[in-house]
Design a protein around this ligand. Structure first.
Ligand code: NAD
Ligand code: TYD
Length: 339
């Protein structure tokens, strides 16, 4: 079995690669990643030593390079993680989101059509459903919830989902889609909420909470997401969408306070800053389908996962300090200076 994993030098893709290499030593795993600001080869250091693993620096929008890779590798499956993934960046500069998230997905699926494939899996997000009101805790996103996006990021992901389903119906491509809630864990890029707050708190820098900090996200430990995708690509049904989430809703402010407590830092570091434009209020996944059909359940409780994550950032300072000392510095200043 040969699997092409796109975006494998990023947060979730790299965790998925480590999961697959460990669980299926006889599989060949090929990572296709063009190493944007969010992709980091040092993240894959452990995998690069493994003979079952190959890294290819490829942009998924580059049709020729993608077709060449298919001719070399004859993959049985593709798991498409590659994406521009940060809402704040999509608000500043939407175009690259359309290129990678929509066109790149189409190129990967065209290659699958041309060369044949057992499964194309599209890694999507709960953000395609838009948001839920804070005063209706009884409401959850199911796979039947209409698509209703808020940001250029979520719109580009929704477009890719629709395209994937159309390739299934029109060309019979064996596509599955997973829509997961917010992930956290090792190798999370330090511009996202949890790693950013850990890094800033450790440096005694202000902790920038958008608006009042009452927006709710449904957090899932990244390993649980990887296990869900593993189940879907092996046992999921082509043409189906699977929601993934752990019924673990938290307000941003409560997460930031938890991180302060865990690191022994004062809550006075918390600084309320101008809200994100179009900021989604609440995400909440109903994961009943994947539980019922594939037996998936999240294994890591948030209280344990957040401790493990903080510990990982403490033990792997080199990894994230190198990132925040590079071009990320300019991004941070642009994004937070006048907020
Ligand atoms: P990430 O930003 O950490 O990593 C993205 C990776 O894709 C990077 O390695 C980057 O170099 C690569 N990439 C970007 N553009 C590329 C291109 N044109 N060609 C090849 N490689 C390219 O993202 P992540 O948080 O790991 O998210 C992975 C996927 O999961 C995305 O599709 C995202 O929409 C989805 N998702 C993320 C979350 C989350 O909480 N992070 C939740 C649900 C779904
Ligand atoms: P983020 O990690 O960017 O994920 P997403 O927007 O995809 O859910 O943000 C999670 C939540 O944290 C979101 O409500 C925005 C908020 N947030 C802050 O309050 N401050 C920050 O500096 C960042 C990056 C996010």
């Amino acid at each position: 079995m040969t699997i092409i994993v796109t975006g494998g030098a990023g947060f979730i893709g790299s965790n998925f690669i480590y999961h697959m290499l460990e669980k299926y030593p006889d599989y060949r795993i090929v990572c296709a990643d063009c190493l944007t600001y969010a992709g980091n080869l040092s993240t894959l250091k452990g995998a690069l030593e493994n003979l079952s693993f190959r890294f290819c620096k490829i942009n998924i929008c580059d049709r020729e390079a993608v077709y060449r890779l298919f001719e070399e590798e004859h993959p049985d499956m593709v798991v498409n993680f590659a994406a521009e993934s940060h809402v704040d960046r999509s608000i500043e500069e939407p175009e690259v989101f359309l290129d990678t998230n929509i066109k790149g997905t189409a190129v990967m699926m065209d290659a699958c059509r041309k060369y044949g494939i057992e499964r194309f899996h599209q890694v999507s997000t709960d953000e395609v459903y838009g948001d839920l009101p804070l005063d209706r805790p009884d409401l959850f996103f199911t796979e039947k919830t209409p698509i209703h996006t808020s940001s250029p990021y979520s719109s580009s992901k929704a477009a890719a989902d629709l395209l994937a389903l159309s390739y299934h119906r029109t060309y019979g491509l064996p596509v599955t889609i997973s829509r997961c809630s917010n992930n956290y864990g090792p190798y999370h890029f330090p511009e996202k909420l949890i790693p950013l707050m850990i890094a800033n708190a450790l440096a005694d820098k202000p902790l920038p909470v958008y608006g009042e900090g009452i927006n709710v996200r449904d957090w899932l430990y990244v390993e649980d997401h990887c296990k869900a995708i593993d189940l879907i690509i092996h046992r999921g049904k082509a043409g189906e969408v699977y929601n993934i989430g752990g019924h673990n809703e938290m307000r941003n402010i409560d997460i930031v306070k938890m991180i302060c407590k865990e690191l022994g830092k004062p809550e006075s570091l918390i600084t309320y800053v101008t809200d994100r434009k179009g900021h989604d209020m609440r995400y909440a996944i109903d994961p009943a389908k994947i539980h019922r059909e594939l037996g998936w359940l999240p294994e890591t409780k948030f209280e344990d996962g957040i401790k493990k994550t903080i510990q990982w950032y403490l033990e792997n300072r080199e990894w994230w300090q190198e990132i925040i000392s590079g071009e990320y510095k300019g991004y941070y200043e642009r994004m937070y200076k006048n907020r």
